[in-house]
Design a protein around this ligand. Sequence first.
Ligand code: ADP
Ligand code: MG
Length: 569
Amino acid sequence: MRPNYSDKMVSDFLELGLSTEILNAVAELGFEKPTPVQATVIPKLLVEDRDIVCLAQTGTGKTAAFGLPALEYLDLENPATQVLVLCPTRELCRQISQDLGNYSKYRNGIRIVSVYGGAGIQGQIKELKNGAHIIVATPGRLLDLLKREAADISGISTLILDEADEMLNMGFKDELDAILEQAPEGRRSLLFSATLPKEVERIARSYMKDPEIVTVGQRNAGSENVEHFYYLIREEDRYAALKRIADYNPDIYAIVFCKTREETQKIADALQRDGYDADALHGDLSQAQRDHVMGRFKRKALHMLVATDVAARGIDVSNLSHVINYNLPQEIELYTHRSGRTGRADKNGVSIAIINQREKGKIRRIEDVIKKKFTRLPVPGAREICERQLSHLITEINNAEVRNDIYAFMPTINEMWGSLPKEELVKKMLSYEFNRFFDYYRKAKDLNIPEKEKKEKSKTEAAGGADRKGQQPSSGKKDRNTRDGNPGECEKGFVWLRLNLGYKNKVIPRDIISIMKACGIGKKSVGKIEIFNEFLYVAMKDSVADYARSQLNGATFDRRRLSASLLEK
Ligand code: ADP
Ligand code: MG
C-alpha cells in the first residue's frame, strides 16, 4: 500500500509515490523538486479517487501534475484508450503529448496520440488505428473522430480537461458537452483551469462527481516572480516605444502581444523592415507557417514573436526575457495569461505594458486583479540606449572565443593595423558597428509625456496615492520650484530622509515606494513625501531610518546613483 500523503506538501519527487522509471525521466528533465501544484495534486491522484478541480496559474507545472499519475495508471496489456486529455489548441496538444512522451521515456510501449484541427484527419485516423493508450485532443477534432468512429473513449478511466477556461473562451462549449455526454460513467475526471468562471463551474457541476476544489497559489494572481512595468506614451509613439524597449534590451527574447491578427502582422512586418529578428504568429497562418515561426522562435533565431492571445496559447518557452503588451488585452484575465508566459519555473519574469494616458485606469484594474503593483518606467532615451548597446557589444567582443584559425591571418592584420594605436582601433571598430545606431538616435525625441502633461499626472498620481494618511506631497507650486526648500513637520516617530531625486528627475511618490520596496523597506515604514525640484524628502519610521539610509546610498534609480541623508530632528 502506498503511504497517504494527501494533505501534506512534499518537497521531493522521491516522496510522491511515483515509479522509478518515471522518476528517472523526470530527473533527466532537470526537475529537481515538485512545484506546489505537483506536490498537491500528484499524491491525491495516486492514493485517492475523488474528481479534482485544480485552479492554478499558467506556468505552474500542471502538465506533470496530471501527466505523471496518468502514466502510472496505464495498463499496457490493454490496447484500449485509457486516458483522454482535452485542451484548447493544437500547439498545446503537441506540447502535452511531447511532455508525456518525455515523462514516459523509460516505460516502453506507451502509445500517445495527439489529434487536433488544422491538420489532415486521415493521418490522425491512421495513428489512432495503431492504438492509443492516451489521446491528447482539441474538442472539435476529437468529436469529429468520434463521429467517424476512429476514436473510442468508451473505455477511458481518466478524463483530463486542461485549460478548461480557455477551451470555453474559444467557443468549445458544445463540443465539450457532446464529448462529456459520451464519456463512460466510471471514469475519474480532472479539470485544470487558471480561473473559475461560471461556465467552468457548470461543467464541473454537470459532469464531475463531487469534485474536490484545489486552489494552488492565489487564484487569478499574476505569477509570483513576475514584475510588472508600464511605459506611458502618446498613442502615436506606441511603435517607437516598442523599438526603444527592444534596443534598450539587446538580449531581448520576448512575446509581443497584439489585439488583432492584422495588428500582429503589421507590427511584425514593421519590426522586420527595421532590422529586428521578429515574426508574427496568428490564426491566419497555415499550420506549416506557424510551425516554421515557432521553430525559429524556439531556436532563438527570432528574438521577438508578435502574437495574438489565441495563437500564443500553449507556447511553452521557459526562458522569455519579457512579455510585452503592445496593447493591453480587452479582458483583464488575458493579462494574467500573458504575463504568466514569463517568470516560469522559478525564473524571474518581466511583463511590460505600453499604454497611453487613457489606459491608466486599466492598469489600476489589472493591479486589483493580480494583486500586484505596476511600476512606471521612463521610455529609454537615445543616450541610455546607445550606452546599453555599446556595453553589450563590448561584452560580446570580450567573450568572443579566440580560435587558432586567426593566427594564419595575423601577418595581414598586423600589416594593415599594426601602426594604428589601440585607442584609435577601438574607436574605429565600435564606430563601424555603431554609426547607424547613432544616426538613428541622433534625432530621437523624448517619448515620455512632457512636463506639462506630466505635472497633471503627478498631481493625480499623488492624489491617487493618498489613500494612506498623510501621504500627499506638499504640491504647492512654490515647493516644486524652490531649489532649497525645507520640508514641513513629519509624523511622530518618523524622521526625514533626504534623497537626491526631484521633479526634475520625473520622480513621483509611487516611484519612491518602489525604490523603498527594492531595498526591502515596506510601505508601513514610509510616511509623508515632499518632492522639490532637485531633491525630495521622505519620512521614514525611526526604527528603519538608519537602515534605509544605508540601503539607499549607492542604489540607483533610472540609472542615477542615489545619495541619502537623514535630517537632524
Ligand atoms: P502549466 O501547464 O501549469 O502552464 P507546464 O506544465 O507547461 O505549466 O510547465 C511550465 C514549465 O515548467 C515547463 O517548461 C516545464 O517543463 C517546467 N516544469 C514543470 N515542472 C517542473 C519542476 N518540477 N521543476 C522544474 N521545471 C518544471
Ligand atoms: Mg498547461
